[in-house]
Design a protein around this ligand. Structure first.
Ligand code: BGC
Length: 368
């Protein structure tokens, strides 16, 4: 069922892929004047009856949208939030009524921002949780206040998503299935063939892994499925190191510099859960005098501009396009659907895309 809904949603996303602007300004919510209403599940209205009357005729210009981003300094979430803001304005929301808050990678800070949005009577919330494990608490307070909720990027667990469906709450999740991105990373390496990648000729793929925040399913699944794609392709693997880089470029650089120092020429493949860390790893690879494509292979996820350029230059072996345009548009569309009373499925998915030298230019062009 989830797969079917996800497939349906990605078809819808393809239809909604339209222009993007470049305005990046964002505010933070004003301090709450009053305490947040108590969270009571009963207060939540089912999808069919939750349409605020004013939005039913399509006037979104007076509706207040609160957006919580786990951390503004995250490269991928910056692309996501800028596109989200532009597209919300395109859909008819007033820029003055869109408030985007930086959670600064601290759940307490973000929870406080959510409380403020609730007491300031925002009409819809779009939340990229700092910790997905806090989703149940967030859902309870937002639903308890009768405000529809769109989660993005960090998927709450299955039990939490089931609650939304069981209670017919106005809550949904928009994101991609990270298993697919991990599988694609592994396939990019497997497609090169054992002869090319097995530089030390021990019959195995000797790799190191640089993980994002381990609390995040994207990190868990990419770590697992990149390696699974190699073994599924019949290749033997040997993990030399696996460290957490928290999605950050500087950490990617520091960790891979250490790994290269420790395992020297044994490292054949560097898997990074995202491009920011892969770009950091690339700096470490260059400093160590290694050459991607010749004596080491490097893959990331996201298809940041700089990573696509690196793929074209051959300094990164490949990446996987994490479609921030489709995801931000779907999140905004979901917010509109809640406000107009059209409602949403409880899971809105999208597809990743493999990026190699063959199509990196095409991906770059599509993002211009
Ligand atoms: C992206 C990462 C980003 C993370 C934030 C992932 O889907 O690939 O680049 O740091 O989301 O949650």
């Amino acid at each position: 069922m989830k797969k079917f809904l996800a497939a349906m949603a990605s078809t819808l996303m393809a239809v909604s892929l339209v222009g993007c602007g470049s305005d990046t300004s964002a505010g933070t919510p004003a301090p709450a004047a009053t305490a947040a209403p108590a969270a009571t599940a009963e207060a939540a209205a089912p999808a069919e009856s939750a349409a605020p009357a004013a939005a039913a005729d399509g006037d979104l210009s007076t509706k207040k949208v609160g957006v919580c981003i786990y951390q503004f300094s995250d490269n991928f979430m910056t692309l996501f939030r800028n596109e989200l803001q532009n597209y919300l304005v395109e859909k008819g929301f007033s820029k003055d009524n869109i408030t985007i808050a930086d959670g600064a990678n601290d759940q307490a800070t973000q929870t406080n921002q959510i409380d403020n949005f609730i007491s300031d009577k925002y009409d819809v919330l779009i939340i990229n949780p700092v910790q997905s494990s806090t989703a149940a608490t967030i859902t309870d307070k937002v639903v308890g206040a009768g405000i529809p909720l769109v989660y993005i990027n960090r998927e709450p667990d299955e039990a939490e998503e089931k609650r939304w469906a069981d209670n017919k709450w106005n809550v949904t999740y928009v994101g991609c299935d990270a298993r697919q991105s991990g599988t694609m990373q592994g396939e990019i390496i497997a497609d090169l063939g054992l002869d090319t990648v097995d530089l030390n000729k021990n019959g195995k793929i000797d790799y190191v892994m640089v993980e994002g925040d381990p609390e995040n399913v994207d990190a868990q699944y990419r770590t697992e499925f990149s390696v699974k794609a190699l073994t599924d392709a019949g290749l033997e693997v040997n993990m030399l190191d696996d460290q957490v880089g928290m999605w950050q470029r500087e950490e990617g650089q520091r960790l891979v510099a250490n790994m290269l120092g420790q395992h020297a020429n044994d490292i054949e493949v560097v898997f990074c859960n995202n491009d920011a860390m892969a770009l950091g790893a690339l700096e470490a690879i260059k400093s160590a005098g290694r050459t991607t494509g010749t004596d080491i292979f490097l893959v990331g996820v996201d298809a940041l501009d700089e990573a696509c350029e690196a793929v074209l230059a051959g300094t990164m072996t490949g990446t996987v396009f994490n479609d921030h345009i489709a995801q931000s548009h779907s999140a905004a569309d979901a917010a509109v659907n809640f406000l107009t009373g059209a409602g949403n499925e409880y899971y809105i998915g999208c597809d990743y895309k493999k990026v190699t030298k063959d199509n990196a230019q095409e991906i770059l062009d599509s993002l211009k």
